[in-house]
Design a protein around this ligand. Sequence first.
Ligand code: E4P
Length: 218
Amino acid sequence: MKFFIDTADFQEIREAHGLGLVDGVTTNPSLCAKVGIKTDQQFEDLIRQICELVQGPVSAEVTATDAAGMLAQGRHLAKIHEHVAVKIPMTPEGLKATRVLAEEGIKVNVTLIFQPVQAMLAAKAGAAFVSPFIGRLDDISQRGMEIVEQTLTIFENYGFDTEIIVASIRNPLHVLEAALAGADIATVPFGVIMQLMKHPLTDAGLKKFLEDWERVRG
Ligand code: E4P
């Protein structure tokens, strides 16, 4: 399973990259707002900087809501760097824009997917990636991972090569479930990446090893 990091914070990306855990990056307008991106220029500079570091797919989201606007933004974003994947919301207008961008050879990540048929429509439109949001479904008492499992089945049934990015991950269990389901990619917030490495028995075991080592050495 590939690991993407779900953040627009360059320091977090750099740290996770150092751990070898960044095959790609997903950003969205909320994540960009969180790190204080205020202008298009700042956004483009950040995306370029991330692409150069990561050398893998970096999702940059459009903010237009009509197909023509999404196409203009998408083409502009794709020119920033070869690794940009244009992130487009799962709407009728988004689907139209996805089809055209995909035909032009631009990678599209269709986002805000909450049911498997939406993912199938995005794949039919030529999306390179689909992003089912599992945490937001769990938040409303619907098992989010079920849409990942069903989407995997649909893609296998029809031979779609669209990759599934498990998104809206909230905890290490989501990462485990994504891997068990056979998802292509999990996009994981920095805090959860750090949690993945932790276990109290690892810490206790290391402490004991070091204490024993020091004890006999006086
Ligand atoms: C992924 O592409 C999304 O940006 C992200 O995973 C959404 O996560 P949230 O539901 O925690 O905002």
